[in-house]
Design a protein around this ligand. Structure first.
Ligand SMILES: *Cc1c(COP(=O)(O)O)cnc(C)c1O
Length: 372
């Protein structure tokens, strides 16, 4: 069987697959009320979010969750500072501009790097931004920002913070409550470990107040204020309806989140085990990259994500390498960042696969064999 080791969709556990493989249940059936309600509760644990934060589960993609964050926190005439580390930072910049928000972009000096905290602090000082926005892990470069430090800068400047965690949430350390972040969003097909189809977002009380204070409401289908009573009803295990949820996906979400929180590793449990596991898998992968002479797109090892590796093709290789790795039974991804697209490839090592020794071993061996 071919292994899918791209930065999403990823391999999923047999229990997660089985939970979604059902005749679609009604959105008000007892099993959906329970799975939906429980998933909302579990999201606070996976996000390490406060009890008074509000999780949202919508049918949709990560891109939808990004739009939801942008439109609920910001409106025309506002401004926002964007920490730009690649493709998905560019995407949220476009969304902000479409919403009529002025964007102050703080760019990394080069691809594979991050802007300094001083540059970000300076941008916040010199503008009247309402929000600071960053991509936790940019999937196009494999670069991870220091989300804790960025969230701290936002608190110090008293601006809202939004983190796109689509390639990070449940794989990279993120402590929403302790760090004081306002929105952390993802999608089901990345480190959460489900099929594609759900947009997942947790909003802080400050983020909910920001929505309440808007003069120009977001698009109705992604409005916090439309969805909040629905999420509250589900959490109380009460039937309600605004727009039909993806019911088989909800069944699998509860199973997937349970699996994440049941993780154990070397005396650690729950999210601590999960973060440590991704760190261990990534450092093992990087050891192999070094031994194979592969160069990371991230400029320094501490910038390299634990959920995926972005690697330059070595001398004498090009995009055909991806096909040769596939011949070895492992699917990896080509480049995504437009400026270096043809020069590198990407390997996902997150979620369920990070718990499966043979997935990691087969992937590292397939890449080694394809290079020879
Ligand atoms: C995958 C990804 C997205 C987009 O998610 P979709 O589900 O494809 O819309 C956004 N941001 C990051 C960081 C991602 O990795």
């Amino acid at each position: 069987m071919t292994l899918l080791m791209i930065p999403g969709p990823i391999e999923t556990s047999p229990a997660v697959q089985a939970a979604a493989a059902c005749a679609p249940p009604s959105h008000v059936s007892p099993q959906v009320l329970e799975a939906f309600g429980r998933s909302l509760e579990l999201m606070r644990h996976v996000w390490l979010a406060s009890q008074d934060s509000q999780p949202f589960i919508l049918a949709g993609s990560g891109t939808l969750a990004m739009d939801m964050a942008v439109q609920n926190l910001l409106e025309p005439g506002d401004s926002a500072v964007v920490v730009n580390t690649g493709y998905f930072s560019d995407r949220i910049t476009t969304m902000l501009k479409q919403r009529g928000v002025e964007v102050i972009s703080v760019k990394a000096p080069s691809i594979g790097d991050v802007p300094s905290l001083e540059q970000i602090a300076q941008a916040l000082e010199q503008t009247h931004a309402k929000a600071l926005i960053a991509t936790h892990v940019d999937t196009s470069t494999g670069v991870r920002v220091d989300a804790q430090a960025i969230a701290r800068l936002a608190r110090q400047a008293e601006v809202l913070s939004i983190f796109d965690g689509v390639c990070a949430t449940a794989g990279e350390r993120f402590e929403m409550e302790a760090w004081g972040a306002d929105v952390y969003l993802t999608a089901s097909q990345k480190a959460i470990g489900l099929a594609p189809g759900l947009a997942l977002l947790v909003a802080s009380p400050r983020a909910l107040s920001a929505r309440a204070a808007l003069k120009q409401a977001p698009m109705m289908s992604i409005d916090f204020d439309q969805w909040r009573p629905i999420m509250e009803a589900y959490e109380a295990r009460k039937p309600s309806y605004f727009a039909t949820p993806a019911t088989p996906m909800i069944m699998s979400l509860k199973v997937g989140l349970d699996e994440i929180l049941a993780d154990e590793l070397g005396g650690l449990s729950g999210m601590q085990a999960r973060f440590a596991r991704h760190e261990a898998v990534a450092s093992r992968a990087r050891e192999r990259w070094r031994s194979l002479g592969l160069e990371l797109v991230p400029k320094r090892e501490e910038l390299a994500a634990n959920t995926l590796s972005a690697l330059y093709y070595p001398q004498g290789h090009d995009a055909a390498l991806v096909g040769r790795i596939k011949d070895q039974g492992v699917v990896v991804a080509g480049g995504l960042h437009p400026e270096i697209k043809a020069r590198y490839f990407r390997v996902g090592h997150m979620g369920y696969s990070a718990t499966q020794e043979d997935h990691i071993q087969r992937t590292l061996d397939a890449i080694e064999a394809a290079l020879k």
